[in-house]
Design a binder for this molecule. Structure first.
Ligand SMILES: [Zn+2]
Length: 284
């Protein structure tokens, strides 16, 4: 799929329902349309209804079982929302979607939530391997002016550029190891800083660490990949979302990890969100 480089180009490409449907069809079925229910290619296109009928009798539109499945929002707006969320490195707030697309805040919130779910779904089964950097951070959550503390989060990054971010129930070595174990396989070495919480990382695999006060980079041992990801995430959080309640923090972490892990393949981002087949099964 050709890359749409700017907001202006996106607005042009997704200006009408027909254009969006053509774009989606090319993206979803580059080798020809197949039935999302049974996989058959024996289909009849019903021009007036803009739907296909399969030999299994299933009738479907191009949005069937995608992130747009059974919604009343028009496809051009959906496509723009997906484009915006995929191509803003720090993320897009519902407020911004409301303004850009001329929808109500409630609709914008619903759209971002659904698109975020598709992004999270893309990352679900991914495990990091090789050298895995681990670093923790605290995400502050303030409500109004009253300080309510924050949430501990752990970031994991492999040297091929994949990241995973997860919330911790509490800041303990054991809890960190539990979360890390869920997200890695075939680890060559864990790299961390010298914090005592990482003392027993060797239980999961070879462990090397760098003591920040003394040296920023100890040979090849450093955690700067994951630190870079954290700093971008935090800037996004402060600049875009501002208020993220603990309830939704894991979803924002998932959305960010999706964009960051695919940052060198931007042309594929929309495909990955839109091609989330059987999406209707996971959206409630
Ligand atoms: Zn069929």
């Amino acid at each position: 799929m050709q890359k749409i480089k700017s907001l202006v180009e996106a607005r042009k490409e997704f200006s009408t329902q027909i254009k969006c449907e053509e774009h989606l069809t090319r993206m979803r079925w580059p080798d020809g349309v197949i039935c999302p229910r049974c996989g058959s290619k024996h289909l009849i296109y019903m021009q007036s209804r803009r739907k296909w009928q399969c030999e299994c009798r299933y009738q479907f539109s191009v949005t069937a079982r995608t992130v747009f499945h059974k919604t009343h929002i028009d496809v051009p707006r959906w496509m723009m929302a997906v484009w915006l969320m995929c191509h803003s490195p720090k993320g897009v707030s519902s407020k911004q979607i409301e303004r850009e697309l001329g929808v109500t805040y409630k609709t914008a919130w619903y759209m971002t939530k659904r698109i975020r779910k598709a992004m999270i779904q893309d990352r679900l089964g991914v495990k990091l391997s090789g050298i895995v950097e681990i670093d923790d951070a605290v995400v502050k959550s303030d409500h109004g002016r009253r300080w309510r503390g924050g949430s501990y989060v752990v970031g994991m990054a492999s040297r091929d550029g994949d990241i995973k971010l997860a919330m911790l129930n509490r800041f303990r070595g054991k809890e960190i190891r539990r979360v890390v174990a869920e997200n890695v396989e075939y680890v060559q070495a864990f790299y961390t800083d010298g914090h005592s919480a990482y003392k027993k990382m060797h239980e999961l695999g070879p462990h090397k660490y760098v003591i920040h006060q003394k040296q920023w980079v100890n040979g090849k041992v450093h955690v700067s990949f994951v630190e870079n990801a954290w700093s971008l995430f935090k800037r996004g959080l402060i600049g875009i979302y501002y208020h993220v309640s603990t309830k939704y923090l894991q979803d924002y972490l998932g959305e960010f990890a999706f964009r960051y892990s695919h940052r060198h393949e931007k042309a594929r981002l929309m495909d990955l969100v839109l091609a989330a087949v059987k999406f209707s099964d996971v959206v409630t």
